[in-house]
Design a protein around this ligand. Structure first.
Ligand SMILES: [Zn+2]
Length: 316
């Protein structure tokens, strides 16, 4: 790695924090991962994070110019304040940007983690050759991000891109956000597992019934669908219908080049993508439907680190 202009990308998750040196062209250098252990609160976590980052800076082949952090939000990328991070104990109105910047003596930019991952895919992943992307991250929740005309669209309040909270059933299940019938309440990995449990409880026959209810996961539903289980196939296809409904709204609204799906549930793309493509074709105007492609994210767990570093770099 010979880049002269280095940044550090950081991805703060509820379980682990990952960070890496990132070169000017997005090449990844030294990499660290450690447990978040947020139960001691931000006053313990932020200095510990800074200490780990100093270790990375010491390994850099070139001068580190800045730090980009992807963090659960809501937060302000302008002021660097995390308003609330539901998975991080005690994180309410924490000036993460300023505190890290003071500890490291470097400029620090913070972004919503899903937005950072979206920017990573736009810069160097599945979206690298296009201008407008809609990205979903299918995991514990349904995250989202938007790049419109080559710019990350965060909105004036840094809240844009909450694509998991588009309503698909007005009177549907209660979502983690408090509203009813959001996409996340039907198409996140826990929601897929919940729908499988509900179907089994209603007496449906399925090879899923051999698992204890608490061990049912979206991954197992995908696996049993692959093995030919009718209920599992139905659940995967229904999940794809929901994802397709939400994606079709975005395609009609934004005329994107790509709809990108990342996160663990993308492993089920053989079930999901053909149905999503069909729903988009059925529901969208001809020109945007003909343009848009449905693709899987390419950077995996590194998308957030690369995107956070790239956003920090472009702000220097
Ligand atoms: Zn919601």
């Amino acid at each position: 790695m010979t880049s002269s202009k280095m940044t550090i990308g950081v991805d703060i998750g509820g379980t682990n924090i990952r960070a890496a040196l990132v070169g000017e062209d997005g090449e990844l250098g030294a990499h660290i991962k450690f447990r978040t252990e947020s139960e001691h609160g931000p006053d313990e976590l932020i200095p510990r994070l800074a200490e780990h980052l100093r270790g990375l800076i010491a390994q850099s082949p070139g001068e580190v110019k800045g730090v980009g952090v992807g963090c659960p939000g809501p937060l302000s990328s302008t002021t660097g304040i995390v308003y609330e991070a539901p998975n991080l104990f005690g994180w309410v109105n924490i000036p993460l940007g300023d505190r890290l910047s003071e500890a490291l003596g470097l400029p620090v930019r913070i972004h919503n983690d899903a937005n950072a991952a979206t920017w990573g895919e736009f810069w160097l992943g599945a979206g690298r050759d296009v201008g407008t992307i809609v990205m979903y991250t299918l995991g514990t929740g349904v995250g989202g991000g938007l790049v419109i005309g080559g710019r990350l669209w965060t909105g004036p309040d840094d809240t844009a891109g909450e694509l998991g909270h588009i309503c698909i059933f007005p009177d549907g299940e209660r979502c983690s956000c408090g509203a009813r019938g959001c996409l996340e309440a039907y198409a996140s990995a826990p929601a897929v597992a919940r729908r499988a449990r509900e179907a089994l409880a209603s007496g449906r026959e399925s090879s899923l019934s051999r698992y204890p209810a608490e061990e049912l996961t979206a991954h197992k539903v995908d696996h049993e669908a692959d093995a030919g289980d009718a209920l599992s196939i139905e659940i995967m296809q229904q999940t794809a219908e929901y994802l397709g409904l939400a994606a079709a709204a975005m395609v009609n609204a934004l005329n994107p080049d790509l709809v990108i799906y990342g996160g663990g549930m993308t492993a089920a793309k053989a079930w999901l993508f053909p149905v999503i493509e069909r729903v988009i074709a059925e529901r969208c105007f001809d020109a945007p439907a003909a343009r848009v492609r449905v693709v899987a994210a390419e950077l995996g767990d590194d998308a957030g680190i690369i995107g956070a570093a790239g956003l920090a770099m472009s702000a220097l």
